[in-house]
Design a protein around this ligand. Structure first.
Ligand code: 5GP
Length: 138
């Protein structure tokens, strides 16, 4: 079954498209969590970041940069969130890879709370975690 983003790509449902080229499309997120909240989406429906071909991912990232700069300028944003939810546990609801470009404003109502666990950590635990990632990378 096609995702809602494929339907937008195929013009089966409407969207406020702000950018399009041969491999990427960007349109306003219907939820407008903040003013100008935009999604940058590869036209080919890869499910998540793990499946994305490197060259396409690089191009999506370039477009994400352009859209971020444009959103900052257009809405006089104080900052920009760029984020991608991958898998349900990370909050992904549309299983067609995308970046959120979300303009941020001082005192906006966005909450993405990062809890700092630095004080619970030992050097050994940092070392162990870094090693686990390095091993998985090789
Ligand atoms: P995710 O939760 O997968 O990271 O993000 C999916 C996003 O797609 C959500 O922020 C949601 O608001 C947006 N979305 C879902 N359905 C539609 C739609 O029909 N049109 C548009 N423009 N955005 C949608």
């Amino acid at each position: 079954m096609s995702t809602v983003f494929e339907k937008i790509v195929n013009r089966e449902i409407p969207a406020y498209i702000v950018y399009e080229d041969e491999s990427v499309i960007a349109f306003l997120d219907i939820s407008q969590v903040t003013t100008g909240h935009t999604l940058v989406v590869p036209i080919t429906p890869y499910k998540n970041i793990y499946e994305m071909p490197e060259d396409l991912l690089a191009h999506v990232m370039k477009v994400t940069q352009k859209v971020s700069i444009a959103c900052k300028k257009a809405f006089n944003a104080d900052g920009i969130y760029v984020l991608s939810n991958n898998d349900e546990a990370a909050g992904q609801t549309v299983f067609h890879f995308h970046f959120h470009v979300m303009p941020r404003f001082i005192n906006d109502d966005v909450s993405l709370k990062f809890v700092n666990h630095m004080n619970d950590m030992t050097k050994d635990e940092y070392k162990k975690r870094a090693l686990m990632i390095k091993e998985a990378l090789s």
